[in-house]
Design a protein around this ligand. Structure first.
Ligand code: NAD
Ligand code: TYD
Length: 350
């Protein structure tokens, strides 16, 4: 295994922390530089178990600050990048579209520019991996799947800003030959996810016997993937993917929100020793999200056929593992839900 220095952005966040942990533990010859500005979603507690490893460094900083990014490339002689830092929540992007654009588009152009300048058109051993979402493809009806060739049709400020960043990454490949690779993944769930997204928000509310706010008719559909499987797919694509290519990542695991919520309620009732269907009583239908995409579903056959990757756990197993983690890590949950979380919650749900 060759020695190299890899810049991972957003490594203190949900998916990023799983990617950092995996890379630090599986590849002792790589130096992992985790760059994160520690927004509400970034938490160094997520990486307690690897922070003392000799092949791990943390840098606090903002990807929107072009000078700072240049300095990071110079300071560490970065060989390769895995770019995850983003404003990642649709509802927050509806409250503040400009922040999504600044972070997701300006942050990405800064990283692309610094990579190109630092690598000086000598791209041997270099790679820029951009982590993106299936939401760039828009919304599906009852039938069909997103494939890599599906035309982009983003419909929220979040997905539009991610689409913009994907286009820029591809433009740097076509215009400057920058060796890029992109993946577009479906909804993730698992440990260390900030409790603003459906599954951890509902776990926390069930635990505290608070209402479960279901948007609209609850029949919106998502394809769910366990975060550690996403990290393993990123590892596979990072090492084996072809330059200039896009790979869809999915769990082949579609759920209507209300069916998933029933399953979650029932697994929580079991874990908490509550009476059957106790938590289903907390379900409360609320006003729909504006522009709410009806259905996402990924065709991940390219990744399976070309790079031999498949998810490793069933949804039932992954969900049980996730519930166990949140119930065992009360302090983590209490820490991240104190302070500014309360005002976000009021704004979004009152
Ligand atoms: P997250 O919100 O949990 O974490 C984002 C991280 O980026 C945080 O640590 C935050 O501090 C950091 N960050 C934000 N703005 C920054 C800035 N300006 N400079 C430096 N760091 C900054 O997000 P996540 O769910 O882990 O998503 C990670 C990536 O994966 C994103 O690019 C997202 O679009 C993509 N993705 C997420 C999902 C999902 O279901 N969560 C699915 C597909 C793709
Ligand atoms: P979310 O976890 O925000 O992911 P995304 O919007 O990126 O798919 O939401 C998943 C689904 O759950 C989506 O259809 C919106 C719905 N949802 C609710 O019904 N209530 C909630 O409080 C949240 C956060 C989401």
């Amino acid at each position: 295994m060759s020695k190299k220095t890899i810049l991972i952005t957003g490594g203190a966040g949900f998916i990023g922390s799983h990617v950092v942990r995996r890379m630090v533990q599986h590849y002792p010859d790589y130096t992992i530089v985790n760059l994160d500005s520690l927004t509400y979603a970034g938490n160094l507690e997520n990486l307690k178990d690897v922070e003392k490893k000799s092949n791990y460094v943390f840098e606090k900083g903002d990807i929107v600050d072009a000078k700072f990014i240049d300095q990071i490339f110079e300071k560490y002689s970065i060989d390769q990048v895995i770019h995850l830092a983003a404003e990642s929540h649709v509802d927050r992007s509806i409250h503040n579209p400009r922040l999504a654009v600044e972070t997701n588009i300006m942050g990405t152009i800064n990283l692309l520019t610094s990579a190109r300048n630092s690598w000086k058109d000598n791209f041997e051993g270099k790679r820029f991996y951009h982590v993106s979402t299936d939401e760039v493809y828009g919304s599906l009806g009852a039938e069909g799947f997103f494939v890599e060739e599906t035309p982009y049709d983003p419909r929220s400020p979040y997905s539009a800003s991610k689409a913009g960043s994907d286009h820029l990454v591809r433009a740097f490949f076509h215009t400057f030959n920058l060796p890029i690779v992109i993946s577009n993944c479906s909804n993730n769930y698992g440990s260390h996810q900030f409790p603003e997204k459906l599954i951890p928000l509902f776990i926390n509310n069930i635990k505290n016997e608070k209402p479960l706010p279901v948007y609209g008719d609850g029949k919106y559909t998502r394809d769910w993937l366990w975060v550690e499987d996403h990290a393993s797919a990123i590892d596979t694509i990072f090492h084996k993917g072809k330059n200039g290519e896009t790979y869809n990542i999915g769990g082949n695991n579609e759920w209507k929100n209300i069916d998933l919520i029933h399953l979650l309620c029932d697994q929580m009732d079991e874990a908490l020793d509550r009476s059957t269907h106790f938590s289903r009583g907390l379900i409360t239908y609320v006003k729909d999200r504006p522009g709410h995409d009806r259905r996402y579903a990924i065709d991940a056959s390219k990744l399976k056929n070309e790079l031999n990757w498949e998810p490793s756990v069933t949804f039932q197993e992954g969900l049980k593992n996730t519930i166990d983690w949140y119930l065992k890590n009360e302090d983590w949950l209490n820490n991240v839900t104190s302070g500014s979380y309360q005002s976000y919650y009021k704004k979004q749900y009152s």
